[in-house]
Design a protein around this ligand. Structure first.
Ligand code: CP
Length: 359
C-alpha cells in the first residue's frame, strides 16, 4: 500500500483489517514504531480533528513530522496547470513543490478543498493529483474535492465499535447550512456504507443530489458487497427504521460557483435540521456527523447532546483509524511486499472507476 486516496480503492478485506487494528489501538494496544521515518502534513485548508489526530498518530509511531500550511504566511502559492505562463499570483508549480517535499519525507498527507468556482476543475482534484503524480512517495488524502477517506475509515470503525449490523440501514441526510459545502464527506460516507454492505438511503432536496458518477460507483460497491443504495427526497420514509442517521450538508451542483443562485436553491430548506422529531422516526438509530457541526442549524442541541449521538467517539476514532493506516503504510516501506488486502484496485474492480469519476 503506497498511498490512500479513496477508501473504495482498498479491498474490503484490507479495510476490515485496518478497522480491526484501529479498534485494538482504541483498546490500548501499542503501535509499532518506525524510527528515522518521516511524514509530511500539508494543509491548504482549516482543520481541527484531522490535523490533531495525524500529529498524535505520527507521535505514536515515532515518526518525524514536517508540517506546512498553504495560504498567506505559509507555502508559496502553487500552480497546478501545465503550460501556463506563471506571471500571476502563484510562485511555484506543483511539479517542483511535490518533488522537493518527496525528497524530505517518506509519506505525504495533504488536505486541499475545492476552490468552489469550476465543478470540472474542482473535481479533477488538481492538488491531490499533483502530489500523487510528482512527489514520488505515498500520499494520504486528508480531504480533497472528491473524497475524505480517513473520515470514512474512522466512520466504519465507529460502526463496528457500536456493533451496527453489516446489513443495517444508514440514512445519509442532507442538512441546511449557510454555506455551500464540498462533497467529499457525503461521497465518502455513501461509498463507505455501500462497501460495508449496508442499506444506504441518501435523502436530500431535489437540487442537492450527488454526482451521477459517484452514485454509479456507490451502486457498484453495493452490488459487490450485497448492500443497496437508494436516493430520495422523502424524509418521513427515509428515516423510518434507520440504524444510523448521518447528517451532512453539501452544495448544489446545479449552481456550483454561483453563490447567490446556490443560496436561493438552499433557502427553502432551512427546516432540514435533524431534530428529535426526525430521530423519533427511528428509535434505535445512532446519530453521526464528521464535525465540525453548526448547532441548531444542522442538528438540534437535543440530538447532539442526547444519548444517541456518537459524534465524539466518531472523532476519537480518527486517531485510531489513522494510526492503523500509518502503521500499514510505513510497514510496507520496511517490507515493500504490499499486503494483498490493501493492494490498489484492479481493472476489474468496481473501485477502479474512482480516479476517473469526474474526468
Ligand atoms: N471531520 C474533519 O475532517 O474535521 P476537521 O475538518 O476539523 O479536520
Amino acid at each position: 500500500m503506497k498511498g490512500f486516496y479513496h477508501l473504495g480503492d482498498v479491498a474490503t478485506s484490507g479495510v476490515e483489517r485496518l478497522v480491526a487494528r484501529a479498534l485494538e489501538l482504541r483498546r490500548g494496544a501499542q503501535a509499532r514504531r518506525f524510527p528515522g521515518r518521516s511524514l509530511g502534513l500539508v494543509f491548504f485548508d482549516p482543520s481541527l480533528r484531522t490535523q490533531a489526530s495525524m500529529q498524535r498518530g505520527a507521535a505514536r509511531l515515532g515518526l518525524e513530522l514536517v508540517q506546512l500550511q498553504g495560504g498567506a504566511g505559509g507555502m508559496w502559492g502553487l500552480e497546478t496547470q501545465d503550460g501556463v505562463v506563471m506571471d500571476g499570483a502563484n510562485a511555484e508549480h506543483i511539479r517542483e513543490a511535490a518533488a522537493v517535499l518527496g525528497r524530505f519525507v517518506d509519506v505525504l498527507a495533504v488536505r486541499a478543498f475545492p476552490k468552489g468556482k469550476s465543478l470540472e476543475q474542482d473535481f479533477a482534484d488538481p492538488l491531490l493529483e499533483g502530489f500523487r503524480r510528482y512527489s514520488g512517495v505515498g500520499v494520504i488524502n486528508l480531504e480533497s474535492s472528491l473524497w475524505h477517506p480517513c473520515q470514512a475509515l474512522a466512520d466504519w470503525t465507529t460502526l463496528d465499535q457500536y456493533q451496527v449490523p453489516r446489513r443495517g440501514k444508514l440514512v445519509l441526510t442532507w442538512a441546511y447550512h449557510p454555506k455551500p459545502l464540498p462533497h467529499a464527506v457525503p461521497n465518502s460516507t455513501l461509498c463507505m456504507a455501500a462497501q460495508r454492505g449496508m442499506e444506504v438511503v441518501v435523502v436530500h432536496p431535489p437540487a442537492f443530489g450527488l454526482h451521477a458518477r459517484i452514485q454509479e460507483h456507490a451502486q457498484d460497491l453495493a452490488r459487490a458487497s450485497g448492500g443497496s443504495v437508494r436516493f430520495t427526497s422523502d424524509r418521513e420514509a427515509a428515516f423510518a427504521g434507520a440504524d444510523v442517521v448521518y447528517a451532512k450538508s453539501w452544495g448544489s451542483m446545479d449552481a456550483w460557483g454561483q453563490a447567490e443562485r446556490e443560496a436561493a436553491l438552499r433557502a427553502p430548506y432551512r427546516d432540514w435540521q435533524v431534530t428529535e422529531r426526525w430521530m423519533a422516526r427511528t428509535p434505535r438509530a445512532k446519530f453521526m456527523h464528521c464535525l465540525p457541526v453548526r448547532r441548531n442549524v444542522v442538528v438540534a442541541d437535543e440530538v447532539l447532546d442526547g444519548p444517541r449521538s456518537i459524534v465524539i467517539d466518531e472523532a476519537e476514532n480518527r486517531l485510531h483509524a489513522q494510526t492503523a493506516l500509518l502503521e500499514e503504510l510505513f510497514a510496507s516501506l520496511e517490507n515493500p511486499t504490499t499486503p494483498a488486502g490493501l493492494s490498489g484496485p484492479s481493472a476489474a474492480s468496481p473501485n477502479a472507476k474512482s480516479k476517473e469519476i469526474y474526468s
